[in-house]
Structure formats: structure tokens, C-alpha cells
Design a protein around this ligand. Structure first.
Ligand SMILES: O=P(O)(O)OC[C@H]1O[C@](O)(CO)[C@@H](O)[C@@H]1O
Ligand SMILES: [Fe+2]
Length: 193
């Protein structure tokens, strides 16, 4: 297709209240697909028996190429593995220097971020607030609410790609756990240098 050929505009539906889309199928991640990422392996194994749904997201399916804007909604359910809150797998972008914006629609939580040099940052998710993840930072959403889903809208460059391998093998340097009834950011005992 030539660059000047007409392209159709695309209309998609998604609810900014529930995060759900009627037209698109969600990509769902259950505990069994990420059990090894949690610090408490025994608790992860128990939950994997029921294969609890941890999060799902709707990718609106734009072409994965330069100039495009990939976007969708993400829903991380409330829950804990031991005392560690439910979270997404997390990833770097394959094109490392590409950013991403998340906008919190509902719930409460944290965006955990770290770059390959080991700079770690986290920002709170609260409805009405956006978190801009700078290029070069791996990112993971964490739901710290006891009973509400964490619902976000996200957008990133179409050519960014996902690198899951680094986080799968090393983990994030910090994890978020419940301590005395409140979320606390602590060192990840499983972090591998
Ligand atoms: O890709 P992960 O780490 O499983 O987390 C899912 C979220 O991240 C995204 O891949 C966007 O970066 C979304 O599709 C979704 O919101
Ligand atoms: Fe991303």
C-alpha cells in the first residue's frame, strides 16, 4: 500500500467505566502464566490450582509500525499472592527508547518502573491521574485495592514491541506487599542480578 493511499478511520468501542470492549477479545493472564514471578512460590502454587484471573487487557489492534499509536484498556483484578499484590507481568519495550502513557480510570495502585541501569521509580494510580512512563523504563501495573479492579487506559508507539524475557528472568528490583494493612514497596527477594 502506498503512503498516500487512503486509509479508513477505525472506530472501536471501550467503556471508560468498566474498561471492557464489546468488539474486541481481551487477552487474559491467569496466575499459572506468571506464578514464578511472585515472591511467595507456595502461595502462587496454591492459587494456580484454581487458575485465578489476574488481569486482562484489550489491545485495539493497530498496525505495529512507526507512526501508529497502539492503545487500549487494562484491568488488573484485586488480590494477593501471599502478601504481594496482583500485578501485570511487566515488560520493557523492544524498541527500548519508547514511552507509554497510562491513565487511571478506576481503582488504586502503583506503576512500578525501572531502567536497565537500575533506576527504580514508582507512581501512584488514582482515578483521573495519568502516569507517563519514560522511554527505557520497564513497567508493571499493581493493584493495591482490597476489592476494586484497577482500570487504566494506555497508549504507546505502534513500533515499540514487548520484551518480556528480561523481566521474566530477572524480575523487578522492588515488589509491592501489604504490611500492617497498607501497601509497602520492598526489595524483591527473588531479584536476580
Ligand atoms: O504486557 P503486560 O506486562 O502483560 O501488561 C499488560 C499491559 O501492558 C500493555 O502491554 C501495554 O504496555 C497493555 O497491553 C496492557 O495494559
Ligand atoms: Fe508497555
Amino acid at each position: 500500500m502506498s503512503a498516500t493511499a487512503p486509509r479508513p478511520a477505525v472506530v472501536t468501542d471501550f467503556s471508560l467505566v468498566t474498561g471492557l470492549s464489546q468488539a474486541k477479545k481481551p487477552l487474559q493472564r491467569r496466575i499459572s502464566a506468571m506464578a514464578g514471578m511472585y515472591a511467595d512460590q507456595e502461595a502462587a502454587r496454591r492459587l494456580a490450582e484454581e487458575d485465578v484471573l489476574v488481569y486482562e487487557f484489550f489491545d485495539m489492534g493497530v498496525p505495529q509500525s512507526t507512526g501508529e499509536v497502539a492503545y487500549g484498556t487494562s484491568i488488573t483484578y484485586p488480590g494477593k499472592v501471599g502478601d504481594e499484590y496482583f500485578m501485570t507481568k511487566g515488560h520493557f519495550h523492544s524498541v527500548l527508547d519508547t514511552a507509554e502513557i497510562y491513565y487511571c480510570l478506576r481503582g488504586r495502585g502503583l506503576m512500578m518502573m525501572e531502567n536497565p541501569e537500575g533506576d527504580v521509580q514508582w507512581e501512584e494510580f488514582t482515578p483521573g491521574q495519568g502516569v507517563y512512563v519514560p522511554g527505557r523504563y520497564a513497567h508493571r501495573s499493581i493493584n493495591t485495592s482490597p476489592d476494586e479492579p484497577l482500570i487504566t487506559f494506555f497508549a504507546f508507539p505502534g513500533h515499540a514491541g514487548h520484551d518480556y524475557g528480561t523481566i521474566e528472568s530477572k524480575g523487578f528490583r522492588k515488589i509491592v506487599v501489604e504490611r500492617d494493612g497498607a501497601p509497602a514497596v520492598v526489595d524483591n527477594p527473588k531479584w536476580a542480578q
